[in-house]
Design a protein around this ligand. Sequence first.
Ligand SMILES: *Cc1c(COP(=O)(O)O)cnc(C)c1O
Length: 368
Amino acid sequence: MIPFVDLRAQYLSIKPEVDAAVLKVLDSTQFVLGPEVKAFEEMFSAYCQTREAIGVNTGTSALHLALLAIGVGPGDEVITTPFTFIATVSAIVYTGARPVLVDIDPATLTIDPALIEAAITSRTKAILPVHLYGQPAEMDAIMDIAKRHGIAVIEDAAQAHGAEYRGRRVGSIGDAGCFSFYPGKNLGAYGEGGAVTTDAPEIARKVRMLRDWGAERKYLHELKGFNFRLEGVQGAVLKVKMSHIERWTEARRGCAAYYDRRLAALVRTQSVPAHVRHVYHIYAIRHPHRDALQAALQAKGIATGIHYPVPVHLQPCFADLGYGAGAFPHAEGAAKEVLSLPLYPELETSAQDVVMAALEDWLAKRAA
Ligand SMILES: *Cc1c(COP(=O)(O)O)cnc(C)c1O
């Protein structure tokens, strides 16, 4: 059996370090926020090349609070992509603003900047690009549009820790960046977690207040806040993982390059421009008979994933946004065809060989 991800392999590789760090938190009884979270925030902001990083309880909360901190609320519009995890759009809805969707570039699968300008209205407050699968969206074009229209850019970097666009780390390019530390993400906590990165002191101050009931001073609530605090144990685990993240990211990139060498000629893959550093949260291929391919791989003990089978505008819960089938042909096409292959830092070359042989075998049988 080749799993899609293997969290146990990574835990075993750092077990003594992590166990000691967790026990230290238990011993200190600093269960929520505290020194481990603060130390992690400092390491993470340095890693993202930003002045500030604010730890929160989930990636979804990071998006929600970043949007609130730049003043997004009822009556506003935020432009994003329909080809993402549902949380991107849910976070916009939580603020009371309206999500305005534009289609993806079918080659890169990230938001198509050429379609953004036509979606801008007098109500548009922000653009929310998603660095899908760990590949940065086309940020130069997005930042240029935002500057010309005087609107903000919030990066959904939940899948893209350490990814770079023209040498700059994601999360440092827009007004704020939002990260998830869900266990399966490239930097994963042992529970839930997230962070907002920013260079703007005022955004940082607001996010810090909003995550902790809108108060800078205890029991004086300036803003209507939330309980979105990061736990001490998660801060400690993430801090340990920071000293390994670059090695793990390079291992992911190595796995992707190894897949590319044999698969690029056989199937369609996400195209990766030369000016980005893709960090491969997901390695996806495309095939018109995706479901049959997935079943064939499963029959050979190879687990795969689909990210994502239903685009956000076709989710029942967002029917009220008013976009029907056919609204975003490239997102809908990708949703029907993408298949995510096993990829994690500890994945062995021999396992990748098995995956690729099974894929070649299935393609050869189809052609016969
Ligand atoms: C995982 C993810 C989120 C949400 O993060 P959580 O920590 O699960 O709340 C948001 N956007 C994208 C693109 C994601 O992959």
